[in-house]
Design a protein around this ligand. Structure first.
Ligand SMILES: NC(=O)c1ccc[n+]([C@@H]2O[C@H](COP(=O)([O-])OP(=O)(O)OC[C@H]3O[C@@H](n4cnc5c(N)ncnc54)[C@H](O)[C@@H]3O)[C@@H](O)[C@H]2O)c1
Length: 257
């Protein structure tokens, strides 16, 4: 699907990987809507905030009503939504049994709620809106959705039971959702990033971050957020890519801790 003039929703677009996608897509002349917490009040912190091709929608991805309202607003202000990149997420750690006993089940549920259920919530409602649109090419394409898992879906570390479970869910629902939406002309793929230099990662203690950097095979550094954005743009652009989980990780295989 061509990117120029295409309307793309980016959840979590105020920060990190999502924000890199916003910048990259605007440079390719897409029209972009950021779905994020308190997006409207935070918009001045975002480069490109002044362009008419970018709008900010207050959306908590766990809240279906907020998503529906934002979809209507984007459609009215920018046009039909043809692509969505789901980057909203959180990554708190916590051992199954730690110093203070068993992990609070509320913490586990909260991670699942935002990372997994939030991703599905946006996916299902955006796909519903796409299903009402006319196909845009001879293949019958109506839209494309890019979700974000993590290499923790495959080799989660100590303290990552909740995060790995949420990302494992994002990875494993990729194929069934692609199968559900294929007949409607919507592609669904997932990117599983390794370790990238975003506020989420840079906010971690050095003792956690440095060993992760060392575990990258090559190049031996954190990924640049723009490298994620390039992959997300490629997934939108390449019509034959569907139902796939793509590791983007410099060859990292994470050790237990
Ligand atoms: N940075 C990495 O190394 C890395 C590695 C693997 C996977 N990921 C995944 O990539 C995604 C983006 O991570 P990042 O590093 O850019 O993080 P980040 O913390 O920089 O950005 C996350 C964004 O999601 C938003 N968000 C959080 N909860 C939300 C909610 N309920 N509704 C709407 N928006 C919400 C935040 O406000 C923030 O803008 C996450 O899903 C993360 O798990 C990141």
């Amino acid at each position: 699907m061509k990117i120029e003039n295409t309307v793309v929703v980016v959840t979590g677009g105020l920060s990190g990987l999502g924000n890199a996608c916003v910048e990259y897509l605007l440079n390719l002349r897409a029209k972009v809507a950021i779905f994020d917490l308190n997006a409207e009040t935070s918009k001045m912190s975002v480069e490109h905030a002044a362009t008419d091709d970018l709008i900010f929608c207050d959306v908590d991805v766990t809240n279906a009503e907020m998503i529906r309202l934002a979809i209507s607003r984007v459609t009215a202000e920018l046009g039909d939504i043809r692509a969505c990149i789901n980057c909203a997420g959180i990554a708190p750690g916590g051992k199954t049994v730690g110093r203070n006993g068993a992990l609070a089940i509320e913490k586990f549920i909260n991670v699942l709620n935002i990372n997994l259920i939030g991703t599905f919530n946006v996916t299902r409602l955006i796909a519903e809106s796409m299903s009402r649109l006319s196909p845009i090419d001879d293949d019958g394409h109506r839209g494309v959705i890019v979700n974000t898992a993590s290499v923790a879906a495959f080799d989660g570390q100590i303290g990552q039971a909740a995060y790995a479970a949420s990302k494992g869910g994002v990875a494993s629902m990729t194929l069934p959702i692609a199968r559900d939406l294929g007949p409607i002309g919507i592609r669904v793929n997932t990117i599983a990033p390794g370790v990238f230099g975003t506020p989420m990662m840079l906010g971690m203690h050095e003792d956690v971050r440095k060993p992760l950097e060392k575990a990258v095979q090559f190049p031996k550094r954190l990924g640049y957020p723009v490298e994620f954005a390039k992959m997300a743009a490629h997934v939108i652009d390449n019509n034959y890519l569907n139902g796939e989980v793509i590791r983007l990780d410099g060859g990292i295989r994470m050790a237990p801790k």
